[in-house]
Ligand binder design. Sequence first.
Ligand SMILES: Cc1cc2nc3c(=O)[nH]c(=O)nc-3n(C[C@H](O)[C@H](O)[C@H](O)COP(=O)(O)O)c2cc1C
Length: 365
Amino acid sequence: MISASQNTGDANGVNAALAASTIEIGNRRLATRFFLAPLAGYTQLAFRLTLRRVGGLGLATTDLVLASMLWSERPKSMDLVQTCEEDRPLTVQIFGGETKDLVKAARWLKAHDYEAIDINMGCPMAKVNSSGGGARLMCNVDGAVDMVSRVIEASDLPVTVKMRLGWDSSMITAPELAASLENIGVAAVTVHGRTRSQGFHGAVNREAIRQTVQAVRSMPIVANGDVRTPEDALSMMKDTGCAAVAIGRGAMLDPWIFRRIQSLLHEEAIPFEPSRDEQIDFLVTHFSLMTEQHDDFACLMFRKFAAWYGARLGIPEDLEDRLRRFESFAEFDEIVEQIRRRHGERQCEIPTALIKVPNGPVEHW
Ligand SMILES: Cc1cc2nc3c(=O)[nH]c(=O)nc-3n(C[C@H](O)[C@H](O)[C@H](O)COP(=O)(O)O)c2cc1C
């Protein structure tokens, strides 16, 4: 492997030395420019730790946590912000429509030694938007900036914002909002290149992300949306000029994507490919870390990952079906033993649509 300073080549038209370099956001220097985008219900502590062990991940963010539930220490929120030394660097994402709740949540995070705060301005869900939080905040730039400035004042933690391009195609507010957020000291902005009204449909608008990059002076813009391969990550950098890339569903579909990106950037002689055992070990580690946090309940929680692991690892269908229903640690161990023996019976598929996204008209979400 060659180091970033030696690698001045042009990988896929992107400046490879820059893409392979570290990046500073707030008071943290991050080892890579490739981050995990939050996927509520999936990218929790166990998954993040398993991913970190593979390598290549620059930053992870928790699921979105309702600010009022966080400062009032509701059990579900405490679960969502559970972390440990190995789970660094980590940002906690909060959302809400009331400034006072976000301020209290920021103070709570500071008091409990968290490193950084991300404010969600991208969530399209009605229950989030109706409280005035999520993407709704993008409709009122001045109000959103005021809210974020109070969060910044409330704690000296770095504050970042994750947004969409705007509410709909007639209201693309990301460039203006990002520029205003830079002026008040926001450390970075992540832009999912769709509007709220697009939901998860239609193409990611890289040109609009590029316009957001051009609207700011030096604040890092993290581009997000539909990155599924290392090549997609590099073309996202090239097309938008972004400082970093956040990958959500692509990391579920291929948890080795961050490692593969590093392999590509550093021109490793043999491109990284996880071995059969490494793939099965990923599944085992994920479950075992989940049991550390959730005990027996992990059996239930893990079931939604069965279809994904089934397709990805080529797990025979009868075993995938058992992973969907297993009830005890002993049963899990027995299934894994059979997976190890029968691996390869079924063709490995690259799953594309296993992560459920809300469907139907966005107004009804
Ligand atoms: C199931 C699911 C849960 C999500 N949860 C969050 C969340 O908690 N916070 C957030 O900012 N975005 C959330 N998102 C949006 C993703 O972070 C990301 O912006 C979007 O999926 C596009 O990126 P991708 O194509 O890399 O997944 C979620 C998306 C999905 C599909």
